[in-house]
Design a protein around this ligand. Structure first.
Ligand code: PAF
Length: 283
């Protein structure tokens, strides 16, 4: 049985008698197989699984897609039920922000000002603020975040470390379509040929990862990814393509690294990333 809770009082009442390990999966709804992977991971680890469904206005800029963001509550609920979620917390904005837009927000620091943060000012302040609020309301033992939003995952981990939060963050690998496109709620905006154009992102990442496997240096890895992006004639426009270390610090030299890409296809902004291992430099 999955209980649907709309207020923090209902949530507190449902969590009160709970015993055992609590797992939290935060979502903005429009659930797809990527979210299902988060729910499955939570079900495997936790005794009680809580999913939140809340389109967080705080993380949308004035010209972003808050109003057209897909809302598919009944379908989302079905997915939660099938995945064995115990509690769905689906509050409205006035329940989450009773005093209106919060004056105090979590500052994501320099890691949050780059990449997505550079293109979307205020985005990670909004994300981390709502994540911290939900952590406070649910007190989870584990919280599950997709690697697809890699910068978000890295920042949540960093917030937990820097603010001494008592929760274990579990990263869950990206789920992809058979042709490589990373699943995203925004994929449903892709019309006709745009779906093909969106493949430029994952194609670039694969080319970069292949180059790393062949032992090429960081500059050559990036160049291979860039060439693959440019060769894809689907009309995607690049925002950034960067190679970082796993904690998003720039200029990794050897060992584990992350290749991250963002771009627009038509009006839709997409992001993707891949883990790779850079060979030690030979001199
Ligand atoms: O990844 C998302 O869907 C959102 O950023 C999150 C974590 C649910 C916070 O609103």
């Amino acid at each position: 049985m999955t209980d649907v809770l709309r207020t923090r009082a209902e949530l507190a009442a449902a969590l009160g008698p709970a015993t055992g390990r609590v797992g939290l999966v935060m979502t903005m709804g429009a659930l797809h197989a990527g979210h299902e992977a988060l729910l499955v991971a939570a079900r495997e680890r936790a005794d009680l699984v809580v999913a939140t469904i809340f389109v967080n206005p705080l993380q949308f800029g004035p010209n972003e897609d808050l109003d057209r963001y897909p809302r598919t509550f009944e379908a989302d609920l079905k997915i939660c039920r099938a995945a064995g979620v115990d509690l769905v917390y689906a509050p409205g904005p006035a329940e989450v922000y009773p005093a209106g837009d919060p004056l105090v927000r979590v500052d994501p620091g320099p890691l949050g000002a780059q990449l997505e943060g550079a293109s979307r000012p205020g985005f990670f302040h909004g994300v981390l603020t709502v994540v911290l609020k939900m952590f406070n309301l649910v007190s989870p033992d584990y919280a599950f975040f997709g690697e697809k939003d890699y910068q978000q995952l890295a920042l949540v981990r960093r917030m937990v470390r820097d603010l001494d939060l008592d929760v274990e963050i579990v990263g869950v690998p990206t789920v992809r379509e058979p042709d490589g496109l990373a699943l995203s709620s925004r994929n449903r905006y892709l019309a006709g040929l745009e779906r093909q154009g969106a493949l430029a992102l994952s194609t670039a990442l694969r080319a970069g990862a292949d180059a790393a496997t062949r032992g090429l240096d960081p500059a050559a890895v990036l160049a291979a990814a860039q060439r693959a992006f440019d060769a894809d004639q689907g009309g995607a426009r690049l925002d950034y393509l960067v190679l970082t270390d796993p904690e998003l610090r720039p200029d990794p030299v050897a060992g584990p690294a992350r290749l991250l890409v963002a771009g627009w296809v038509g009006d839709t902004r997409l992001i993707d990333n891949i883990g790779l291992r850079l060979a030690a430099a030979t001199s």
